[in-house]
Design a protein around this ligand. Structure first.
Ligand code: KG4
Ligand code: ZN
Length: 357
């Protein structure tokens, strides 16, 4: 996706720490814009959720999502600039994602970014959406330290609605996906369970709320894993269906909390078991968490406990940077731009896109 030789428009060895990147994100159902300084310091973040539009359908409707992105995109960008007290002319870089994601949603952000780049004569960096999730823990507020350090190799767990990936980061921008899910993603497993339990939408946060105070060992769910370091959550989903065929849906909140907590714990245990095995196998020096499911407090605590057990630092992103957001895209875009210069404007969008070079 590069346009050839790096052209940073700055003299060799120049200080880039004050340079400003505008990140843009519209890969699924969140419209987001963020301004980062020096690639890691967050000056503003505006993210508009579409949950209220998709709730009645129980899942994201692609046509509805892309239409809403069109309606709100320029407003969100302007709000992010206003929040940082900046104008378009202050920017040094535009960062966006061409995938993976929903094609219609991606096209809105990509088209807008190409338009801004042409109109403002700004360089543009197109980065993998998953890299944004991986770098979220490296972003910090002015004056505060980041959760994650530049330690290589770092093992990242991306747990979202579409992915359950373990990714080995061996150098800036160098990624190797060492595990994926063989069927459902962790977020999907939580969303589907929440729907079965009548807990509302989006399912992950609803299940977490319902599980509060419940006993995680009340119902014996399996802890499925797949060969190598891969994941598999479809068997767990079936175990819940079988449980609900044999038992009525609890109407007592305490019993519902027990059921939700037991299911949530099974997802968390599966995620963390493979993370721990892979961290050992690949001699990771740090583990980082990313993706929407990393907002889950039970998962965050379990990852921290596992890392402590391994004697490694663990980094979880701030809650606002767990679900889809433009700050991670800006961080990834800045990193890529400083390594290999701007992208040409003729790139496409992709529903599936690997992180691995
Ligand atoms: O990263 P994300 O915003 O979008 C994708 O790229 O998929 O992740 C969305 C997923 C959904 O499955 C949602 O239910 C889950 O993240 N999620 C959570 C929590 N917040 C969001 N899962 C568990 N606990 C949460 N607090
Ligand atoms: Zn995502």
């Amino acid at each position: 996706m590069t346009s050839g030789s790096p052209n940073l428009n700055v003299p060799e060895g120049a200080d880039l720490s004050g340079r400003l990147a505008l990140g843009l994100e519209s890969s699924c159902d969140e419209t987001s814009a963020a301004v980062l300084r020096g690639g890691r310091e967050i000056l503003s973040l505006r993210t508009a959720s579409q949950d209220h539009l998709h709730e009645i359908f129980g899942g994201v409707v692609p046509e509805v999502a892309s239409r809403r992105h069109v309606e709100i995109f320029t407003t969100i960008v302007q709000e992010a600039l206003d929040e940082a007290s900046l104008g378009f002319r202050d920017l040094d870089l535009l960062a966006l994602t061409p995938g993976p994601g929903l094609i219609g949603s991606l096209l809105v952000g990509v088209s807008a970014a190409k338009g801004y780049a042409l109109a403002l004569d700004l360089p543009l960096a197109a980065v993998n959406h998953l890299e944004g999730h991986l770098l979220a823990a490296f972003i910090h507020r002015p004056g505060e330290p980041p959760a994650a350090q530049d330690l290589f190799p770092t093992l990242g767990l991306i747990a979202s609605g579409g992915h359950s990936d373990l990714v080995l980061m061996t150098a800036p921008g160098a990624y190797r996906t060492v595990a994926q899910t063989r069927d459902d993603a962790a977020g999907e497993a939580l969303d589907k369970a929440a729907r079965r339990l009548g807990l509302g939408y989006p399912g992950g946060p609803a299940l977490e709320r319902a599980a509060r105070g419940g006993h995680p060992d009340a119902v014996a769910f399996p802890r499925p894993v797949a060969p190598d370091f891969d994941y598999s959550f479809s068997g767990l989903k079936s175990a819940l269906v079988r449980y609900l065929q044999a038992h009525p849906l609890p109407d007592d909140p305490a019993a519902l909390a027990d059921l939700a907590a037991s299911y949530q714990q099974a997802v968390v245990d599966s995620l963390v078991r493979q993370l721990e095995r892979a961290a050992r196998h690949f001699h990771a020096r740090q583990v980082v968490l990313g993706g929407g499911v990393s907002a889950n407090q039970v998962l965050r605590a379990a990852v921290e406990a596992a890392a402590e057990h391994l004697g490694l630092p663990a980094a979880c992103p701030p809650l606002a940077l767990c679900t889809d957001n433009a700050a991670g895209i800006a961080a990834a875009g800045w990193s890529q731009f400083t390594r290999r210069g701007p992208d040409a404007l003729d790139f496409d969008v992709f529903s599936v896109l690997s992180l691995d070079a």
